[in-house]
Design a protein around this ligand. Sequence first.
Ligand SMILES: Nc1ncnc2c1ncn2[C@@H]1O[C@H](COP(=O)(O)OP(=O)(O)OP(=O)(O)O)[C@@H](O)[C@H]1O
Length: 294
Amino acid sequence: MTSTPVIDVEHLHLAYGGFTAVRDLSFQVRPGELYALLGTNGAGKTSTLETVEGHRAATSGTVRVFGRDPRERRAVRPRTGIMLQESGFAPDLTVRESVRLIGSLTERVDHVDRVLGVVDLARQAGTRVSQLSGGEKRRLDFATAVYGSPELVFLDEPTTGLDIRSRDGLWEAVDRLREDGSTVVLTTHYLEEAQQRADRIGLMHRGVLHREGTVAELTRTLPATIRFSLPDSAPEPPLRAVREGGGSVLVETSALQEDLRVLLDWARDHSVELRELQAGPTRLDDVFRSLGTE
Ligand SMILES: Nc1ncnc2c1ncn2[C@@H]1O[C@H](COP(=O)(O)OP(=O)(O)OP(=O)(O)O)[C@@H](O)[C@H]1O
């Protein structure tokens, strides 16, 4: 049985004057999923999310969130938390006042101290927003998005500018939200985060959804890779090896294990050291680089 999607976008078109930013975009996000909408710069992710969040009207097509038009604010907004790319906090308010104010607008119930604890900002509760560091402001953005554990959370490039500890803390908080059943929509340019976290990924390029699926589904469309570097004096390697410059060599293969064995046998027979040897399935980066080239 398929459950009713939390987000249902059908044939969405978005135009700015004569420029079409999003073209015939359809995707669904299911309850409890972490869906990552990724894409090249200017692909139309933010425009799409703004429409799904109810901030922008579709030029044509339909968008439903919890089965409703997202511009029906009173029906949809209390059930969603939104972390935008840029925050709009009043600089003179303290951290505690900001969370309390935005929390009260959501109509959800929570404790400000709990939320500040989640994002490790308890110590800055009395600090004015204007005095926060960039990373602290980002965590405050996240705090207001997760206030009252909403059923649906939008995270627009949530970890940009965060150090590794803050990133880990943010993802732990996302994991806890998901354990409680929240659905999460993520955009990020950190592909490894999407690769690790997303249940499904949509890849956009120039306004069009080019591919969609789990990481395994997306990466199995491209060959696996073997990378290593060789000294200039080494003989020509076997397989269809491409020298990429600086001594580094790339082999693309659909028979990873077999070709790796051939390569290792060749290296042993010729007493060649394969420096920085790496072998593995295609990474999301490679799928991303292939966007628009097919
Ligand atoms: N208000 C606007 N008026 C005209 N064009 C716009 C407007 N907003 C966005 N665009 C254009 O629409 C396209 C999609 O922009 P959008 O911000 O949705 O992309 P994005 O995928 O979020 O990009 P990035 O990853 O760079 O943030 C871009 O070419 C952008 O220049």
